[in-house]
Design a protein around this ligand. Sequence first.
Ligand code: 6GU
Length: 269
Amino acid sequence: LDLPDTDPFEVARDAAGRIAELTGVERHDIALTLGSGWGKAADLLGETVAEVPAAEVVGFSAPAVPGHVGSLRSIRLANGKHALVIGARTHYYEGHGVRRVVHSVRTAAATGASVMVLTNGAGGIKEHWTPGTPVLISDHINLTADSPLEGATFVDLTDLYSSRLRGLAREVDASLDEGVYVQFRGPQYETPAEVQMAKTIGGHIVGMSTALEAIAARQAGMEILGFSLITNLAAGIQKTPLSHAEVIEAGKNAEGVIGELLARVVASL
Ligand code: 6GU
């Protein structure tokens, strides 16, 4: 994937072939990337058909961050559909390039998935969002200054985070709030001034993933549902310093509730 002459879509097709071989499931209908705090959903979605270490599939690698999983799981939902749960996310801040970041999304599309569910743990800009609040992503602002699209690939991003799917999610939980996700490069958290900038330009949630993946998912023709778990308020909004331990802790405390929520939403898709 790192070589300029490699076709990333061909690598994604190879990865999808390998997943079919390892799981025995020829086709997946829906794919989910589970970020910080969302892992529990995998246990609640349905019956696990197979779980494979991501490192056995081309283009994937073992997780770089403690608290992230590193496996691919094929799950049969109660309605007979097959979900591919991606517990292995490559973050942009790892510095392996954007192709590696979006490989899981392109692989999901190559397995046949038409719906991509992207989840993350993120910082909140709205003060009433206490840690543990799940928020629907309504749109994004990509501040990475990068793109998964190569060359003159002009892709429309209107209704990127499907209003149809958001509507279905709100039928499960009418109290779900939504907000605009701002992807920063990371891995440092934002300064209070950067958080104020994000707020001024229309952002409500700050994080280090998802936007680049959503662009690749749209290019692949998938319908996208995005969820952030607010693990903390962003710098300057929250008065105490931020820590990765705090993010993991908030995820652990919320995982039962948001896992249940996500499982019910996926069952309704
Ligand atoms: Cl405050 N910022 C970013 N970029 N990512 C986060 C976060 C904040 N809190 C959790 N993840």
